[in-house]
Design a binder for this molecule. Structure first.
Ligand code: HEM
Ligand SMILES: *[C@@H]1O[C@H](CO)[C@@H](O)[C@H](O)[C@H]1NC(C)=O
Ligand SMILES: *[C@@H]1O[C@H](CO)[C@@H](O)[C@H](O)[C@H]1NC(C)=O
Length: 331
């Protein structure tokens, strides 16, 4: 009896351990209480600035979620995306996925300056992005999760990493899945995390190819609903209008819900990379159906996958630094 209770406890602890302490390949680890003593108001400060920014512009929630993704896929979640170009450093802000596209940098600056006043050189820019992504999701109606903390900031950036690691909207299903697997993420993470396209915008330039010349034969992508395609062409012409904005989820563009998955099932995914989740792979199609059916299952998996993405090779211990200004490495 006593033995079975012990076994039960051991299994329970094992089961929950990955939620509390997230190990990475360098032996350092992240945990939610990281700032409890050093900066007890840290999370409250992040939340209040994010709330103010999202109240001003709902899209900012989407932009902040995406910033964390584009950070984590390049050298891990180390705030490399935030560095501006200087002398020898080439900013990731110039990469194809980020140029004229990544946004929210001013919000991160505002959070950082509030935190520097409260507790100087304590809270990393990388952790700010992880918290801001969670708070943004909650503010627009999505799930919440506990954010493991303790990431440190990089002393460099990688333009080539940004260009190569982040999937492009016209990549094939296989290429996208491979890029996720290279980060330790699987097909379940891919489908759940793509669900963040339930909020936010895309520029015409990111999906034009689908409207006019999908595979180089001057034909549109026939996996796109053709009346929806016609509507899109009205503001996304063959040439020009590159920066024109479109909702990724036209049904509920500022609400975090599962309508993105429902859209995919009616062939109204905006990006080719969205639609391929139902047209090119049986396993991902089944996942899309499941999340279209159950908002609850989507939310649960989204939260898990965001924690997993947030654990991609963080800098911990004495590696990296705590930047004073998220845009540059400390002098
Ligand atoms: C699966 C591969 C993915 C591809 C190919 C992709 C591609 C894109 C593209 C092309 C845009 C529009 C950018 C523009 O035109 O300016 C976009 C927007 C966005 N992406 Fe993704 N994405 C992917 C996965 C993800 C993931 C994993 C997340 C977050 C966890 C994410 C979050 C977002 C959000 C929230 C927006 C809207 C941003 C805004 O309105 O500022 N995406 N994505
Ligand atoms: C994908 O889009 C990029 C940028 O527009 C383009 O250079 C490339 O040729 C496209 N790739 C395919 C396979 O269509
Ligand atoms: C369509 O794309 C192919 C290959 O990318 C290109 O050779 C062709 O000129 C394009 N057609 C039109 C009408 O733009």
């Amino acid at each position: 009896m006593a033995k079975s209770i012990y076994l039960f406890l051991a299994l329970t602890l094992l089961d929950f351990a990955p939620l509390c302490f997230s190990h990475n390949s360098y032996g350092g680890y992240l945990y939610p209480q990281f700032y409890d003593r050093s900066c007890p108001r840290a999370q409250e400060i992040v939340r209040s600035v994010v709330a103010k920014s999202v109240a001003k512009e709902a899209r900012m929630a989407a932009s902040l979620v995406r910033l964390h993704f584009h950070d984590c896929f390049v050298k891990g979640c180390d705030a490399s995306i935030l560095l501006d170009s200087t002398g020898s450093l080439v900013s990731e802000k110039r990469s194809n996925p980020n140029r004229n596209s990544a946004r929210g940098f001013e919000v991160i600056d505002e959070i950082k300056s509030a935190l520097e006043k409260e507790c100087p050189q304590t809270v990393s820019c990388a952790d700010i992005m992880a918290l801001a992504a969670r708070d943004s999701t909650v503010l627009v109606g999505g799930p919440s999760w506990v954010v493991p903390l303790g990431r440190r900031d990089s002393k460099g950036a990688s333009l080539s990493g940004s260009n190569n690691n982040i999937p492009a909207p016209n990549n094939t299903f296989q290429t996208i899945l491979t890029k996720f697997k290279l980060q330790g993420l699987d097909i379940v993470d891919l489908v759940a995390l793509s669900g963040s396209h339930t909020i936010g915008n895309s520029r015409c330039a990111s999906f034009r190819q689908r409207l006019y010349n999908q595979s180089g034969n001057s034909q549109p992508d026939f996996t796109l609903d053709q009346s929806y395609a016609a509507q899109l062409r009205a503001r996304c012409p063959r040439s020009g209008g590159d920066q024109n904005l479109f909702f990724l989820d036209f049904v509920s563009p500022t609400k975090f819900d599962n309508s993105y998955f429902k859209n995919l099932l009616s062939f109204k995914g905006l990006l080719s990379s969205d639609q391929v989740l139902v047209t090119k792979n049986q396993a991902s199609l089944e996942l899309v159906k499941m999340y279209a059916e159950s908002n609850e299952l989507f939310f649960e998996q989204f939260a898990k996958s965001m924690v997993k993405m947030g654990n991609i090779s963080p800098l911990t211990g004495s590696r990296g630094e705590i930047r004073k200004n998220c845009r540059r490495i400390n002098a």
